[in-house]
Design a binder for this molecule. Sequence first.
Ligand code: CP
Length: 326
Amino acid sequence: MQTDLRGRDLITTQEWTRDEIDTLLEVAWDLKRRRATGEPHALLRDRVLAMLFFFSSTRTRISFEAGMAQLGGHAQFIESQTTQISHGDTAKEIGEIVGRYADGIAIRQCDWAIGNRYIRDVAEASRVPVLNMQCDVYHPFQILADLMTIMERFGRDLRGRTMNVSWAYAASYQKPISVPQSLILLMSRFGMNLRLTHPPEYKLMPDILQQAQDNVRQHGGSLEMIDDFDAGFRGADILYPKSWGALLTTDDDEESARIGQQYTDWISDEGRMALAQQHAVYMHCLPADRNVEVTDGVIDGPQSIVYDEAENRLHVQKAAMALTMS
Ligand code: CP
């Protein structure tokens, strides 16, 4: 167990060792237990988290804000449009200045080819830890919550479990690729048999795939690429089908939407769920396009664990804040 994570940024889970991630999960379970039993845990009294959002959010904003209050501190919600960023405040200035007011800076900046660079520039200038609330490349807290949820279902030893990270069709908008990328990066460090299932136009970043393959070599398990939606479900223990944009194929949203039109039958439905193990679980980070990306019957059905995933955002984020901001 690692006890000196104070001051550490969390931008991608790849920059935390397995031991450090195990520590974060231990603390998350402890804080979950303390909340369930009503035991006070004001570990960050008088501390402030500045939360800077360039993109909308339901779960991320509310869980970070609630988590900071439960830890005895305060979270500031800052919508980027209400700041002077558009009038010239640079990433360096945000890091320098906000880092002198707050004890941690959390940022959501999902703009393609901009978000991660922005968060890293703020982190470089900041004297306090920077937490990535989702960028164009990574969504670390979602995936840490997903890992915690999977372990609650299947136990801490996930070796031999088959997880299908799959593209699915959605019509609402071209969703970021940060969730599937972060999923294959983290789950490939736990010896699982991973499937990455998508049509050819929905590739992930080559560098991310390389890192995931390196993880598999180090930790065991496998990473298999599949382009058949049904094949991804067959015999799997954990199903994570969600949409993402064809960002590696085109940066034109309309063209990306047109490409997606070829694959409207990539919907998670009861027939597809029946291809998986009987005990299989359905996961989605939310928001989902209901009855487009997934049927109501599946997302509201007995195999769905989407609300446990959403709840665990609170606990892993509280753990990360307690460890890095105390
Ligand atoms: N899953 C997730 O990050 O949800 P929000 O976009 O609502 O924060």
